[in-house]
Design a protein around this ligand. Structure first.
Ligand SMILES: *[C@@H]1O[C@H](CO)[C@@H](O)[C@H](O)[C@H]1NC(C)=O
Ligand SMILES: *[C@@H]1O[C@H](CO)[C@@H](O)[C@H](O)[C@H]1NC(C)=O
Ligand SMILES: *[C@@H]1O[C@H](CO)[C@@H](O)[C@H](O)[C@H]1NC(C)=O
Ligand SMILES: *[C@@H]1O[C@H](CO)[C@@H](O)[C@H](O)[C@H]1NC(C)=O
Ligand SMILES: *[C@@H]1O[C@H](CO)[C@@H](O)[C@H](O)[C@H]1NC(C)=O
Ligand SMILES: *[C@@H]1O[C@H](CO)[C@@H](O)[C@H](O)[C@H]1NC(C)=O
Ligand SMILES: *[C@@H]1O[C@H](CO)[C@@H](O)[C@H](O)[C@H]1NC(C)=O
Ligand SMILES: *[C@@H]1O[C@H](CO)[C@@H](O)[C@H](O)[C@H]1NC(C)=O
Ligand SMILES: *[C@@H]1O[C@H](CO)[C@@H](O)[C@H](O)[C@H]1NC(C)=O
Ligand SMILES: CC(=O)N[C@H]1CO[C@H](CO)[C@@H](O)[C@@H]1O
Length: 495
């Protein structure tokens, strides 16, 4: 027992990091990308304290200055060849994109390239030299202790990832992986991994249970057991993280921490992607956040939580590919949440409440008859108290169907905890961030604490209960994760 504790302690100190955190990726493939100051306002309002950018956009870095938000910046893949071949190009990059902004902008991490081995194999030969050149420029500027350098890898380079103890990196990449891991070890950096249980699940053809991908409780006979280590796995995420530890150990590296640079779940997909939906996205991201912040760690390294950046802040409507690609975001371009995360008890990461409230309002130019019908429904079966709309009451003026409908819609929406689909009313209602209160007519939701990241469960507005079937508000995202092949065989054995 004492020996076991000692071992555990030893492991903990090896990985002794600051507390694991949740960050958010900011992709910019939006047709109406918010201005950097708006992006930063959203981050502040939601208490998001760690972000990753896919470049080193000057506007964003300036907007992030003096905010205390910690920033991971990236060398885009297009710039890798230049940097990997020239020490001075790397030094210039660091001087323009790091030294010019630090410490006002708290740059903590540089991601060199993105999934280079799997998406740009031609640049693989310069990957490690790129890291080293960037690192030596940081050393020259005396910033190498504050800023860590690594490169996000697709989890698909880990083969036979199930059971985790059998995992190894695709051996064709050993000539890159071995010097890469030596670099990460000597510079005290993390192995960066993009983990997408959504794709693992999708490509498993039913072999991986959805609950296992979504961190939902599994009956113990369905838990996956690694026969070699006897470790029990209750979710795909932990199994992938442990596979990474084992794959590093296979190359004799046992003291490099793992950081997850991307993980998430799409909230909407086309007809071939039924599991890209609001409930699953909410369940995955809520459970992921709780899991990381709860410091449960993984079966191989209990108590050692892995910092994770959620993919991603905004829906990216310009992303090519299936509909799901455009729908990984937590927010639409207006900063309106796509769904309300269930986060109670998980401490302060994404704010529980937002003074930056959302309200439900009648759409401009909506058909008056449809508004009237929706108003009647809200004040009747919808159980909204519409007394304030009577003559002589505070919200009677202006006496228009649109104004009255807005009052009733917003009251209903707030009563329903602002759940998705509760501000639709057959398409005549829409969400706004402008408080519709006027004079003595005070709208529900307008006095503060009631908000976005409550853990309210979305009520199902099905046709029997309302006549107004839920419709979802959506903005628009990406990714390139591929699945590990070994996953199938393992589940066939263990389930
Ligand atoms: C940046 O963040 C790190 C990590 O939390 C912190 O230790 C450091 O003091 C911050 N640096 C500045 C300049 O704010
Ligand atoms: C790159 O530049 C750094 C100083 O910025 C220097 O220490 C290092 O030796 C150089 N490396 C090469 C390969 O020129
Ligand atoms: C391993 O990597 C090589 C080089 O990219 C690739 O051709 C091969 O398909 C990979 N093997 C597997 C099993 O993914
Ligand atoms: C790892 O270490 C073992 C034992 O020291 C050695 O046999 C093996 O070749 C090493 N593997 C690699 C990839 O260096
Ligand atoms: C945190 O983890 C512990 C142990 O894994 C678990 O018992 C507890 O329910 C978790 N708490 C939350 C809030 O998820
Ligand atoms: C979230 O709300 C709960 C309950 O209202 C509260 O105890 C907790 O402190 C809040 N967390 C944050 C970050 O505001
Ligand atoms: C939100 O507001 C409603 C109505 O104002 C109130 O009944 C409810 O308790 C509030 N919820 C929270 C979590 O504050
Ligand atoms: C949050 O959810 C828990 C159970 O998941 C529930 O007990 C609690 O009342 C909820 N809080 C709010 C404010 O809805
Ligand atoms: C419809 O709503 C009722 C009452 O809220 C609920 O019991 C039922 O399960 C719902 N049906 C569906 C399909 O969501
Ligand atoms: C409470 C809070 O975070 N309010 C913020 C709402 O958003 C504006 C900008 O849009 C910020 O200035 C507020 O601080």
């Amino acid at each position: 027992m004492a020996l076991f504790l000692l071992l555990l302690l030893a492991v903990s100190t090896v990985f002794a990091d600051d507390d694991a955190y949740i960050g958010v990726n900011i992709g910019t493939d939006l047709s109406d990308m918010p201005h950097p100051t708006q992006v930063v306002a959203l981050l502040k309002a939601q208490q998001i304290r760690h972000v990753r950018l896919y470049n080193a956009d000057r506007g964003m870095l300036l907007a992030l200055a003096n905010t205390a938000i910690k920033v991971a910046i990236s060398v885009p893949n297009e710039q890798l060849l230049g940097i990997g071949q020239s020490n001075s190009t790397a030094a210039n990059w660091v001087s323009q994109n790091v030294v010019a902004h630090y410490p006002a902008t708290n740059i903590t991490t540089i991601c060199v390239g993105s999934e280079v081995l799997t998406t740009l194999p031609n640049a693989a030969r310069v990957l490690v030299s790129s890291l080293k050149y960037i690192q030596s420029a940081l050393v020259a500027s005396n910033l190498d202790r504050q800023i860590k350098v690594s490169t996000p890898l697709s989890s698909s380079i880990i083969l036979d990832s199930f059971p985790p103890s059998q995992a190894f990196f695709n051996r064709s990449w050993n000539p890159v992986m071995v010097p890469l891991l030596s670099f990460l070890q000597s510079s005290g950096s993390s192995l960066m991994l993009n983990i997408y249980p959504y794709y693992d699940y999708m490509q498993s053809n039913g072999v991986i249970p959805l609950d296992y991908a979504l961190f939902r409780p599994l009956p113990s006979n369905k838990e996956a057991v690694d026969a070699d280590t006897l470790l029990h796995y209750s979710n795909v995420f932990d199994a992938m993280v442990d596979a990474a530890y084992f794959a590093m150990a296979d190359l004799n590296f046992t003291n490099i921490p793992v950081m997850v640079t991307e993980s998430g779940w799409p909230s909407k997909g086309d007809s071939g992607e039924p599991d890209a939906n609001l409930d699953n996205a909410n369940t995955y991201n809520s459970n992921l956040i709780k899991h990381v912040l709860n410091k449960t760690g993984t079966p191989k390294h209990p108590g050692i939580s892995v910092s994770t950046y959620i993919y991603e802040l905004y829906n990216e409507d310009m992303k090519p590919g299936p509909l799901s690609e455009k729908n990984w975001g937590l927010f639409d371009a207006n900063g309106v949440p796509i769904y309300i995360l269930h986060l109670t008890g998980s401490g302060s990461v994404l704010a529980n409440d937002t003074a930056n409230q959302t309200y439900c309002t009648a759409k401009d130019g909506a058909d008056a008859k449809m508004l009237q019908a929706a108003l009647d429904w809200a004040c009747g079966p919808g159980k909204v108290n519409c007394l304030a709309l009577r003559q002589g009451q505070p919200c009677y003026e202006p006496d228009t169907v649109a104004a009255h409908a807005t009052y009733a819609f917003d009251t209903y929406y707030q009563q329903m905890g602002k759940a998705s689909g509760t501000c639709d009313f057959n398409g005549v209602a829409t969400i706004t961030t402008t408080n519709p209160s006027h004079g003595s007519c005070v709208f529900p939701g307008s006095n503060g604490k009631n908000g976005t990241f409550l853990n309210s469960t979305a009520p199902s507005l099905n046709s029997t209960s309302s006549g107004f079937p839920a419709r979802y508000m959506h903005g628009c995202a990406s990714t390139s994760a591929i699945v590990a092949v070994g996953i199938l065989s393992w589940f066939l054995v263990f389930l």
